[in-house]
Design a protein around this ligand. Sequence first.
Ligand code: DGL
Length: 277
Amino acid sequence: MPKHFIKQSSVISKRDRPIGIFDSGIGGLTVVRQFLSSLPEERIVYFGDTARVPYGSKSKATVIRFGLEDIHFLLQFNPKLIVVACNTISALALPVLQGKTDLPIIGVLEPAVIRALKITRNYRIGVIGTAATIRSKAYPRLIHRHRPEISVLVQACPLFVPLVEENWLKDKVAERIAHFYLKKLKKKGIDTLILGCTHYPLLKRVIRKEMGEKVSLVDSAEEVLSKSKRFLEKRKVLRRPTTSPRHQFFFSDEVPNFRKISQQFLGRSFIAEIVHL
Ligand code: DGL
């Protein structure tokens, strides 16, 4: 067994253990939103590393280190499943994280790719993501592993994450930035665009406006939910609807207006608990 391998033991039934979901900031709430609406009986423990966001501008070694620390934090809640609600960590660190624990860990890349492959008709798929995700080439590699004939056009959009963290979602500034990043991609004739960052679904309106109605947008948050659900069903560990679950939201730094943000994104207001890793 590798040196830092973390073995899980359980005193409460596996069905009642929570699902741990984490991201570098609040972008992973797009994944939480899917869980709350499609698996409402499941208990969620969320961690957002707001003290160190963005991860998308960091090196691979740093993203791996942060990812390991994030998982260590979640392990104290004895989750039955961990969802990496961050494309950057999934692209750069998933195999390392999976090798460190016997817990199932699901990333966001594969589900988004499978969905995009089902949708595309002209075999031209666009991918937008953080600088680190795009630099890693993880998306083109994965797409070509399934279908080598597909053309993959990529574009890093580094200013999208700060826009979301600042809650500037519909502003003219957001539209201008989206135009700047997406105009070239639009000319390349893609029919499917993977939103390769969990922050980006929050900018769907401006992305849709720029790309037009004919391009299908693939939200990795929606796809990771289906994969997680299938996984929980197969292992027979879906929580039974007895009492309503008590969700918890942890952040490594203040999230001003989290009550309002959670109301807006999740349809319910939650309290942010601050922790220091
Ligand atoms: N939401 C994240 C992602 O999916 C990370 C953004 C960042 O921290 O740069 O890539």
